[in-house]
Structure formats: C-alpha cells, structure tokens
Design a binder for this molecule. Structure first.
Ligand SMILES: CC(C)(COP(=O)(O)OP(=O)(O)OC[C@H]1O[C@@H](n2cnc3c(N)ncnc32)[C@H](O)[C@@H]1OP(=O)(O)O)[C@@H](O)C(=O)NCCC(=O)NCCS
Length: 164
C-alpha cells in the first residue's frame, strides 16, 4: 500500500487523498461543467469512488493524488494528481481540479508547480503532459500559462506538454 509524500507550497499543504475525502472529491467531480470534459464523462457515485480508492488507487505505485489544503484556514482548495504509465516512464501526466470558489487566485498554478517540482526531483521524468478536452478553454489557457504547449490532438483530446 502506498502513501503520497507530503508537499508544501507557499500557501498550501498537499497531502495524499484518503478514503475520508470521498465526499469532497465526488462533489467536485460531479459538477457537470467539470465532468463533461473527462474521458469518461459521467457523474461518479461515492460507491464507485471508494471502490476505485480501495481496489486500485492505494495499490497503484504509478500515481499519486493529493488534496491541496490552504494553510491559513486549513480548508481544501482542490485535488491534484500525477501518473505515469510505468515506473521507468519519462513522461508523467498531471491532473487538476480546483474548487470553483478558489478560482482566479493562483492556487491551481501553485499546486501544479509543486507537483511538477516533486516529479522533477523524485521521478525519472523529463516532461509532464496534460490531456485536455479540446473545448476546455479554461484548462487550455491554464496549461499554456504554466508553459505547456500543444504536442498533438487525438480525437476530442489535445495533448499539452512541457519539459521539466
Ligand atoms: C483549470 C483550472 C484549474 C484553472 O483554474 P484557475 O483559477 O484559472 O487557475 P489558478 O488558480 O492558477 O488562477 C490563475 C488566475 O489567478 C490569477 N492570480 C491571482 N492571484 C495570483 C497569484 N498569487 N499567483 C498566480 N496567479 C494569480 C491569475 O492572474 C490568473 O487569472 P486569469 O485566469 O485571469 O489569468 C480550473 O478551471 C479547474 O479546476 N477547472 C475544472 C477542472 C478541469 O477542467 N480540469 C482539467 C482537466 S484536463
């Protein structure tokens, strides 16, 4: 069973997701304006999430997911993750999901930079990618602000990437 390392940024602590975070994560992921851009665009249930957490996530050494907690109020601001196809893979895929009330304050940039810093230091990776639905303009803009550029398009998804 794995445990995600604790990461710290200027305004946040990123700690590994736990089973007790299910309600928060399911609520964030159940927003139709968010899940419509996912690969499997459906509303997930708490049961599905817990099943994934217990039977896949905690055993999967290829990925880490973190709850980002704002240091002053100790309130969660979103969920951020990183995964790779196998342990020796040199590219890692980033994911981000910010609670709407924290938008436009730079929290997501700060958290993703923290996650990329972890990858650059601890994994044998030389690049990060983000798979973004071609209509998800907010996410594309966000990735570009972080220095990602378009690497390719497959169907409805654009692959953005950047060197670490
Ligand atoms: C994509 C997403 C993370 C972008 O969120 P965001 O609020 O734009 O990103 P940030 O939190 O980094 O905030 C950046 C904004 O805060 C501003 N800002 C304010 N204070 C800041 C600070 N201290 N540091 C950096 N930026 C700051 C920036 O200027 C920027 O504003 P702009 O968008 O007008 O240019 C968010 O929309 C989201 O979670 N969407 C739903 C999930 C999703 O689509 N995930 C992607 C699947 S591929």
């Amino acid at each position: 069973m794995k445990s995600a390392p604790l990461l710290k940024t200027e305004r946040m602590i990123l700690r590994g997701i736990e089973e007790g975070d299910a309600d928060y994560i399911v609520t964030l992921r159940s927003n139709p304006d968010v899940y419509k851009y996912f690969c499997y665009p459906h509303k997930i249930t708490k049961e599905e999430h817990i099943e994934w957490f217990r039977n896949q996530y905690i055993w999967d050494e290829r990925r880490f997911d973190w709850m980002a907690i704002e240091k002053t109020g100790m309130k969660p601001v979103g969920v951020f993750g990183i995964k790779r196809d196998c342990k020796n893979h040199t590219s890692a895929e980033i994911s981000y999901l910010l609670a709407p009330k924290y938008g436009g304050k730079g929290y997501a940039c700060e958290a993703v930079r923290g996650v990329m810093g972890f990858v650059a230091e601890k994994w044998p990776c030389t690049s990060c990618i983000a798979e973004i639905h071609v209509d998800n303009h907010a996410s594309i803009r966000f990735a570009e602000k972080l220095g990602f550029t378009l690497w390719g398009i497959h169907g409805l998804f654009a692959q953005y990437g950047r060197a670490l």
